[in-house]
Design a protein around this ligand. Structure first.
Ligand code: GDP
Length: 197
């Protein structure tokens, strides 16, 4: 697998208009500003692949990328938790995400990104619960790890791991820094175990 081969495939305005549900896909999700675009760009060695932005939550498109064979996809789910989104829209999006996790046959894994300085917010917990309920293997990235010193990084990781002990057959977790390219090999190894070599 060569993640640097990733190419934009298509955008969908909602989950009903996703590409045909075949092959295998891994979805990336996180609150707005969690560092999802930066992580995807680091993974694909393409600083333009996913848009990084300081005004999060503007585009609500689901973006699909492929690499090598078209049947393997990375899915960039819209950043979540942007305060200015209307409650009704938020509710609808909640329901869509849950149904995507429940019914998308080609979904073989979820990467859930959380800022290491404030992980496990309401949205993160909801996503994790939906994924676990749907038995979707989930890999958590504690992002922007460089914002903490090594000691606090380790402590946060250990605490989080302890809290996930009851779901450790499905859920794994690591620290990640797009800025320092730390945790990249670990992330790639995880994706390869899901996609196959
Ligand atoms: P997204 O909204 O989840 O796609 O988040 P972005 O990737 O656009 O990142 C949000 C902000 O966090 C931007 O200002 C990034 O430069 C910053 N950021 C992302 N990853 C890192 C990281 O690993 N370290 C640091 N220090 N900042 C990061």
């Amino acid at each position: 697998l060569d993640f640097a081969q990733a190419q934009f495939l298509t955008s969908a305005p909602d989950l009903a208009r996703c590409p045909v549900d075949e092959g295998a896909e891994i979805a990336f999700a996180g609150r707005s500003n969690a560092g999802k675009s930066s992580a995807l760009n680091t993974l694909t060695r393409n600083h333009k692949l996913a848009r990084t932005s300081k005004t999060p939550g503007r585009t609500q498109l689901i973006n699909f990328f492929t690499f090598g064979a078209d049947s393997l996809r990375l899915v960039d789910l819209p950043g979540y938790g942007y305060a200015r989104v209307q409650k009704s829209i938020k509710k609808q999006w909640d329901a869509e995400l849950e149904s995507y996790l429940q019914s998308r046959q080609s979904l073989i894994g979820l990467v859930l990104l959380m800022d290491i300085r404030h992980p496990f917010k309401e949205f993160d917990r909801a996503m994790l619960q939906w994924a676990v309920d749907a038995e979707i293997p989930t890999h958590i990235l504690l992002t922007k790890a460089d914002k903490l010193k090594k000691g606090p990084q380790k402590n946060t990781l250990q605490e989080a791991r302890a809290g996930l002990a009851n779901v450790d057959d499905l859920v794994s977790i690591q620290t990640f820094s797009a800025l320092h390219k730390e945790g990249l090999a670990e992330l790639e190894a995880k994706l390869v175990t899901w996609f196959g070599p």
